[in-house]
Design a protein around this ligand. Sequence first.
Ligand code: ARG
Length: 490
Amino acid sequence: MSSQPTKMWSGRFREPLDRTFEQWQRSFPFDWRLIPQEVAASKAHAQTIAAAGILTPDELEKMLTGLDAVAQRPLNWAHRISATSGQVDYETSNSQVASAIVASAPQAEDIHHYVELELTREVGTLALKLHTGRSRNEQIATDMRLFVRDAIDATLSGLREWMLALIALAEANSDAVMPGYTHLQRAEPVLIPHWLLAYVSMLERDFSRFVDARNRMNFCPLGSGAIAGATLALDRSIAAKALGFTAPTPNSMDATSDRDFMLDFAQAASTLGIHISRFSEELTLYATAEFGFVDLPEAFSTGSSAMPQKKNPDLTELTRGKSARLLGSATALATLVKGLPLAYNKDLQEGQEQIFDIADTLAGLFSVLPNFTHKLTFRTARMQQAAESGYLNAMAAATYLSNKGLPFRKAHEVIGNAVRLGLDKGLELNALPIADLRELSDYFAADFFDAITLKATLDCHDVTGGTATHRVAEALTTAKTRVQSLQPSS
Ligand code: ARG
């Protein structure tokens, strides 16, 4: 057995820690999740110090095997737990693994201490050489980058899958129409795929924000030491390469205290959350009896314990609610970092749970959104009826007059008068007698009625990005090609 002290730093201390403070300041109860990242970074560091002559090839081999064994701890616990309790569902076993690991190492202060203690169990005092030329400050900065990088990759594939679901839904409703709204008042008819592609546009921007964050953060802090750089002449490119980073970070003070990569991730997640929330809000509204546009899939709705007739849109309410957590975490992180003097400060430990919560929240959202989207059905007849009433063709009507030569401002006024007349008579524009219309303007002719059909109303928006039928068909095809070719991990 080793004579390893219970703390990684106890040498200069005479008094033991206050027990309550000791427990309260530990991060292991939550940062145990970084076991894979801490092990990967430790293996990379072991290779670096072996290259510097600190470990013999044999010692390196033993160290790497020992670290691999430590990486298996969560899996071992999962096996042990399911062996004793039979089948356990994923969530339960996950939280049981967490408590088992945390309970198994009551003396571990944080993830770095845990891996060192467990490695000592595997390889004896050789484990104590691993900390040569490194500091926990660079380790946590590295572990968190690795964690965020994985979380970004998971988010990218979730985004891609959800976009493909939205595109499939758009294809299934390729010629269905709905009223488009401004000020939440019916404005003009649009094709349902045009509306769905608006969300695909938002999500494509989200995708690029995450890719951008990933590229910007992909540099390796290892070798930065506690603040001033490693105290050994290490070849930092070894670890950077082993961990899939582009290069070592260029400044040790920044590398050990920078959390921009967490802010970037959190802010990209917040914007995504806002998009998810807007989508959720629309579906929640469209599922009301008042709109009656959408049939929410029963598999994703719940009933009321009190009112037997209810079908509640819990999924979209919760997805709307989750955006609050994402925004909250991004705000917490920004607030955490903004007043910190260089370089490392322990405050930064507080940021980890925000990042874990964002990653879990996003994973949860993408576990339900694609399937929910695939199962959505629209009440297209009712949507079309809504698109055909309430003078949503008034813009098309004014365009007809301006195409005939009447200045648009004039045309606008004439159609305004026609709408007024229709309101008084209880008639839509297409039902007004031509004689009445000609009293308002000589520019009206019999072909007016062809210019204000639903199809003509859509098709007069014949511009890139407009809702004309052939434009939307084209947009749908190109969006599909673009999304299919997105790489979920860069
Ligand atoms: N648990 C710490 C954190 O999350 C690890 C780094 C500790 N460094 C230190 N100098 N105390 O930030």
